[in-house]
Every structure is written in structure tokens, then in C-alpha cells.
Write a protein that binds this ligand. Structure first.
Ligand code: T4K
Length: 374
């Protein structure tokens, strides 16, 4: 490692050269247009739609507000089937809409919602499915689409981790009724805070944009129970500059991921969760599963060992959302309902990955992990 005293965090935000941001800042200062669908906001929506290969993008102040608004846009009520293996915002968005979350188990290979378990969880109250492409690994989108069609349910994908991911050359965010992205500082494409809803027809885009701006249809007319979900011009400026460097940054992340994969290959007890060849991933996370019987240490022991070496891996997503005090009383939160997710949450560890992580550091982390096996 180049500097053994430097802490290595699970991620470090990518930032473009500050000089590239300056012209945008000057434009904002000069125009005094700071927010409310300004020119930079409009431009970023367009550039992102092109980059992602989708028709419509609606920018938001953050991903959580985008999730909450997506549920409003589709008028989701009653019960929604979702995964406990995610960041808590996924379930909070349901709760804030007075919707009952119903947790279904995940499948063991990718830790995304198991279609069979989704179907088993459907009741007369179910109106939608809210799956998560966790780590950018695609959910079983075809099966989920068929289940939704059969039962007349809406599908909103939490695609917070799936920016730019493609499956068989199709953008992952083109599946489902809506997809929600996060542009938080820790994400592969960041606007400090930020998010978006991807939609597929002009009417839905209009409705989402209306809800995002308090429901205003004119200066003195309010047609919907909207909210303030707007992204401001500063965030949009950051996004426009970040977009220019995204290809480079993803390339550097790929080199980090490939190095881990090479170095960790064959270490008994370590299973790598990177996606198969038909997926063009964004390398936003590097998740591994630790089988304590084979590795000789538990996931938590490895996590602590790494910390003692100044390496801050993260247990995304432990504990399960269903184990949190806010949701543990739900009938679907019982551990017997979620055996695969429980196992996954006890084994998962996300290793540091970001574009500035140098490959010597990656090799050092991997050899530490290999050497700690007993
Ligand atoms: N759905 C899913 C599936 C999500 O994963 C998320 C967010 C959402 C929805 C909601 O989207 P947003 O409303 O957030 O747009 C982080 C993020 O706060 C959160 O956005 C993200 N998921 C989640 C997976 O991770 P923490 O609590 O782990 O973040 P924190 O502050 O501990 O940061 C992790 C590491 O990153 C730090 O150790 C150091 C580094 N870091 C972080 C920040 C914020 C920096 O170097 N600079 C920074 O500014 O939640």
C-alpha cells in the first residue's frame, strides 16, 4: 500500500477537475436562475436520457424523494411486495406513502427478489412490486414482468445502484413501469445528492414533473398533492461535468474489480458476486460472501480485521430492513419467511471500490483477505 496510514473507505466520490465546473457556476451566478427547472436542469435531463438510452428522465433532489414520488405517480396503495435486502430508503418510501411493505425472500445467487416468493406473497391488497437491482445486479426482470402482468400489478424498480447497467444490451432502467436512480455522493454517477425517475411515456413524465413541483399547473393552480422534489442548478451543473468523466471513472473501477477478482479467485470460503457476462455492469460495488466454515473466520471477524488495518469495508445490507425496529413487527419480517436474505446478510461484505483506489492497494487488500483465512 502506498500510504499504510491512509484510511481506505468503501468508496470515495468521484469529482471532476474544479475548473470544469467554473463556467457553469458563472452561468448560474449571471442568470440568477438557481432552481425550478432551470437550463442546466433541462440539459442534464436530456443528456442523461441519451446516456441511459431511455425516453424520459425526471431529476430529483435525491433518490428517496424520487422513490416516494414514483409511488405517488402510479397511485400505489395497499400492499407492496419488496425486498428486505436493500438500503432502508426502499422500505421507508413505502411507509411515507402509507403503503404496507410485504417482504419476500431473495434468490441465493444475486440476492435480488425471488420471483417465486413474490408470487406466493400476493394478496387481494397487493398493488405493486418494488424490487431492487442490488449492486447493479439485475433482478429477474422477465419473470417479474410476467407475474405483474398476470396479477395486474405495477412494477417500480429501485435502480439506485444500476446507473447505466445493461442486460443483453438493454438498459436495465427500461424494464418495469418506472425505475428510480440515486445520484448520492457514494454512487457511480453523483451530483452530491440527487436522483431521478425514468419513465416511458410523455403523460407519465408530465405527471411526475407536476408532482415534483408541488402539483402546480399554473401560477395559482394546484392540480395534485405534490411535493418539493426538485434538483437545483448547482446539482445539475455537477452532473453535467461528471457525465463527461463517467466512462473513464467506470473504466478505473473495472480495473479495481478485475484485480480483486484475479487476486481473490480460488480463496476458499470467498464467493464473488459480480454479474455474468451478459450484463454490462457499472462496478459500483464489489460484494463478496464469506462462508465462515470454509474461510475459518466469520464475516464480522474479517470486517474487524480489515478495520484494524484501516480498511473500511461495509456490510451492505446488514441488518436486513426486516430486522430494523421500524419494520420488525410486520408479519412478513419473521426470519422463517426470509431464510435466504438472512443468510446473505450474515455473509455479505462490500470491499472498497472507487476510481482513485490504486491497484497496489487493491492487491494489498486482497492478499490480506487471502492471508487471514485459517
Ligand atoms: N435505494 C437504494 C437501494 C439505495 O442504496 C439508496 C441509497 C437509496 C435507495 C436512497 O437514495 P438517496 O436518497 O441516498 O439518493 C450510503 C448513502 O447515504 C446512500 O445514498 C446509499 N443508498 C447507501 C447504500 O450508502 P451510508 O450511511 O453507508 O453512507 P456513509 O456516509 O457512511 O458513506 C460511506 C462511505 O463513503 C464513507 O465511509 C466515506 C465515503 N464518503 C461518503 C460521503 C457521503 C465520502 O468519502 N464522502 C462523502 O461525502 O449510506
Amino acid at each position: 500500500m502506498s500510504d499504510p496510514t491512509r484510511p481506505v473507505y468503501v468508496t470515495r466520490p468521484d469529482l471532476p477537475p474544479i475548473e470544469e465546473l467554473m463556467p457553469y457556476l458563472e452561468q448560474i451566478w449571471e442568470s440568477r436562475v438557481l432552481t425550478n427547472n432551470g437550463p442546466l436542469h433541462k440539459r442534464l435531463e436530456q443528456e442523461l436520457a441519451e446516456y441511459l438510452g431511455v425516453k424520459y428522465v425526471s431529476l430529483f433532489a435525491n433518490g428517496t424523494l424520487a422513490l416516494m414520488t414514483a409511488l405517488q405517480a402510479l397511485e400505489i396503495r395497499g400492499e407492496v411486495i419488496t425486498t428486505p435486502f436493500s438500503f432502508v430508503a426502499t422500505t421507508h418510501a413505502l411507509w411515507w406513502n402509507n403503503i404496507k411493505p410485504v417482504f419476500a425472500d431473495v434468490e441465493p445467487r444475486w440476492l435480488t427478489l425471488d420471483p417465486q416468493r413474490i408470487e406466493e406473497a400476493i394478496t387481494a391488497e397487493t398493488t405493486a412490486i418494488l424490487p431492487v437491482h442490488v449492486y447493479g445486479n439485475p433482478c429477474s426482470v422477465e419473470e417479474i414482468g410476467m407475474i405483474a402482468k398476470k396479477h395486474g400489478l405495477k412494477v417500480i424498480y429501485d435502480a439506485a445502484h444500476a446507473f447505466g447497467v445493461k442486460k443483453n444490451d438493454l438498459p436495465l432502467v427500461s424494464f418495469g413501469d418506472l425505475s428510480v436512480l440515486s445520484f448520492h455522493a457514494t454512487k457511480v454517477f453523483n451530483t452530491f445528492e440527487g436522483g431521478a425517475i425514468v419513465s416511458h411515456d410523455a403523460g407519465m413524465k408530465r405527471r411526475i414533473d407536476l408532482l415534483r413541483n408541488f402539483g402546480f399547473t399554473g401560477e395559482i393552480t394546484v392540480a395534485e398533492h405534490g411535493i418539493n422534489g426538485k434538483m437545483n442548478e448547482l446539482q445539475a451543473a455537477v452532473g453535467l461535468v461528471q457525465l463527461k468523466h463517467l466512462g473513464d471513472n467506470i473504466g478505473k473501477r473495472k480495473a479495481v474489480a478485475d484485480t480483486y477478482t484475479r487476486e481473490l479467485h480460488g480463496v476458499r470460503g470467498i464467493k464473488i458476486l459480480m454479474p455474468p457476462a451478459d450484463v454490462r455492469t457499472n462496478y459500483s460495488y464489489y460484494p463478496i460472501l464469506i462462508d465462515s466454515d470454509e474461510y475459518g473466520r466469520t464475516r464480522d471477524e474479517l470486517y474487524e480485521e480489515l478495520r484494524s488495518h484501516n480498511i473500511y469495508s461495509r456490510r451492505y445490507f446488514y441488518p436486513l430492513i426486516s430486522k430494523m425496529d421500524t419494520y420488525s413487527q410486520l408479519p412478513s419480517s419473521q426470519s422463517e419467511n426470509l431464510p435466504v436474505a438472512m443468510k446473505g446478510a450474515s455473509k455479505i461484505l462490500c470491499l472498497p471500490i472507487f476510481s482513485e483506489l490504486n491497484l497496489a492497494e487493491v492487491k494489498m487488500i486482497a492478499s490480506l483477505i487471502a492471508g487471514l483465512r485459517c
